[in-house]
Design a protein around this ligand. Sequence first.
Ligand SMILES: [Fe+2]
Ligand SMILES: [Fe+2]
Length: 335
Amino acid sequence: MTLTTDSRVDHPVGSTAEYHAMLNRLSAGSVHKNFDPFTDIDWDAPEFAVTPNDPRWVLQKESDPIGSHSWYQAQPVEKQIEIGMWRQANVAKVGLQFENILIRGMMQYVFGTPNGSPEARYCTHEVIEECNHTMMFQEMVNRIGKDTPGMSPALRFIAQFIPLAGNTLPVIFFMGVLAGEEPIDHVQKAVLREDGVIHPIMKGVMGIHVAEEARHISFAHEFLRRRVPKMSKLGRFLASLMMPVIMRTLCDAIVIPPKQFWVEFDIPKQVRKDLFWSSPAARQSLRDYFADVRMLAHDSGLMNPVSKLVWKALKIDGKASRYRSEPARGLDIAA
Ligand SMILES: [Fe+2]
Ligand SMILES: [Fe+2]
């Protein structure tokens, strides 16, 4: 299994012909480099077994804010493992629920596309990949053995309506796609950098996911970069205000564990407050998730004096990336 991210597109797309060529390249990438969760992961291999008291489930401070908190680090290792397994199962569950919404919304979009549309073909490839991801994440949750709920009940209720935006408000819908994919990608890359410490299940699943998400994130960026400049002035202005709200709301929904987590492990309120998002380190992580999205907002005309205030009020302002996936450049804040 070879994992590459070379189908990622790092330059803005100009003409329609160039855009279609990019879509065809992404579609070819999907045909030639794709993964099957049940042939590319050897779930029954001995090293994949989930065994009690395995310290590889302890949350690492580099990739999970909970792992960095002194309260967590002061807990007995058995409790750290239990919290780690629950947390990682829940992140996978939220991820697959988010992908389920995305699949339904993208199919709504595809339903309205004309014959011969390169977007329709690429989106369908992406949906197939996302279906595989949902099976892969569900298998991981099942094997970890924690019955985690994923998103909060409110979001699970709203989830049935969000896909309708796929064809009625595609710009808003694809902003939502990015709002989920960017933080998940950010967190998973951080987990993979801890090679050797993490459980092989996490490594296998996330390696596949990060490789395929590169294409998806490229597409969502280019889709918005093309669509937004064609909107009316008023539409673009409203979209510029919606963008940071969507980013922050969905990020919280994905990254913050549901109420059950805090109750089950009797975690003090102050710990929750520190982690999401009062401590300086937590605030910085939150800002870092969206450096690429701020670049997109600048490039596509979605950053203006009023929207900047919204980014700032929601604490996700900061420097924009100069290119996609640029490593974070410190604490300087200048939206
Ligand atoms: Fe995915
Ligand atoms: Fe994706």
